[in-house]
Design a binder for this molecule. Structure first.
Ligand SMILES: Cc1ncc(C[n+]2csc(CCOP(=O)(O)OP(=O)(O)O)c2C)c(N)n1
Length: 345
């Protein structure tokens, strides 16, 4: 047989059909800068959300994603717009990474009619169907069922859509996750279980609640696993691209363990965090492991961007976020007559 083998032709056809991984030389500066901008948008969004809550302008409760930006942005970088995600109580970063608008996000957090769920979902229940975000879920592990159902739906409809299911390591204590991983592997469903291990389930270090190792759990079902530095956006995007490709080709589910850290307390106003984690630990992650600083340094080392250009992106994002907050604050509340509309009683 002359030329390339059938297997290598198939492999290159597969590669042509997929989005280039962020680390590949073919990725241009514009895409890198957009990835950087997305991470900064999440960070700045969270700064504002924290302020809005602490100044009593925002109702309800919220959980900050700052520190974990590289996971959401890296995973979503490897997805298409019509691919799905499901999210968690700590979900602002997932929504923004999948394409959500900051103004409609703030409107939702502030309970306004213009918000993603008409102000009725709030911080922990944002869904954005147009961008494939099937929704956040305040029930720990709850989104695993939704994600696996969406993967089954994609299969039954004959599409090649893939689902990324975000959850914290606290969800490893939920039986639902094991029920759906079992079915996903049996039926080879196109779902990626993304475990964001930020070390703490509320106020408890995960090692105090987790027997054995995390990856032995999916491996027990025969699920393909991968592990990544969740502070390295390119590593996350690259490994996710491989998992997405497997899923699209019908090779079934996978489990991605991302090591990361949250900068704020478990929820806004968590004043207890001195008791369960040390200031030294927080300082270490912020100064040595910050995902935005690490990526910014990488971009500068390779002359993809100068410090000034990165500063301009941050300034533009700050401007965008300030306008988005103003939009949310000025927007009207839903009409009283809508109180039972779109909700289950
Ligand atoms: C089924 C269920 N049990 C308990 C809670 C209360 N709760 C909210 S967040 C949380 C910890 C979640 O930890 P993890 O999944 O690691 O996510 P993280 O907050 O670290 O991002 C708990 C126990 C809940 N929301 N749902």
């Amino acid at each position: 047989m002359t030329g390339r083998s059938a297997a290598s032709k198939t492999a290159s056809k597969k590669r042509r059909g997929r989005r280039a991984a962020l680390e590949e030389p073919s990725v241009d500066a514009a895409r890198h800068l957009e990835t950087y901008r997305q991470m900064v948008r999440i960070r700045v969004f969270e700064e504002h959300a924290n302020d809005l809550y602490l100044t009593a302008k925002m109702p309800g409760l919220t959980h900050m994603y700052a520190g974990e930006e590289a996971v959401a942005v890296g995973v979503c970088d490897a997805l298409r717009r019509d691919d799905y995600i499901t999210s968690t109580h700590r979900g602002h970063g997932h929504c923004i990474a999948k394409g959500a608008r900051l103004d409609l996000m703030f409107a939702e957090l502030l309970g306004k009619a213009a918000g993603y769920n008409r102000g009725k979902g709030g911080s922990m229940h944002i869904a954005d169907q147009e961008n494939g975000n099937l929704g956040a879920n305040a029930i720990v592990g709850g989104s695993a069922g939704i994600a696996t159902g969406a993967a089954l739906s994609a299969r039954l409809r004959g599409t090649d859509q893939v689902v990324a299911c975000f959850f914290g390591e606290g969800a490893l204590g939920q039986g639902l996750l094991y029920e759906v991983m079992n079915m996903a592997q049996l039926w080879k469903l196109p779902v990626i279980y993304v475990c964001e291990n930020n070390l703490y389930n509320e106020y408890t270090h995960f090692e105090e609640t987790t027997a054995g190792t995390i990856l032995d759990r999916p491996r027990a079902f025969g699920i393909h696993t991968a592990e990544v530095d969740g502070q390295d956006v390119m590593a996350v995007a690259t490994v996710t691209a491989e998992l997405v490709e497997r899923a699209r080709q019908g090779e079934g589910p996978s489990f991605l363990l991302a090591h990361t850290y949250r900068y704020y307390g478990h929820h806004v106003g968590d004043i207890q965090r001195d008791y369960y984690r040390s200031k030294d630990e927080e300082a270490h992650w912020r100064s040595e492991r910050d995902p935005i600083a690490l990526y910014g340094a990488w971009l500068q080392e390779r002359d993809i961007a100068t410090a000034d250009e990165l500063g301009t992106i941050e300034a533009e994002v700050r401007d965008e976020a300030e306008k988005a907050v103003a939009f949310g604050l000025d927007a009207p509340y839903p009409d009283e007559g809508e109180v039972t509309l779109h909700v289950y009683a």
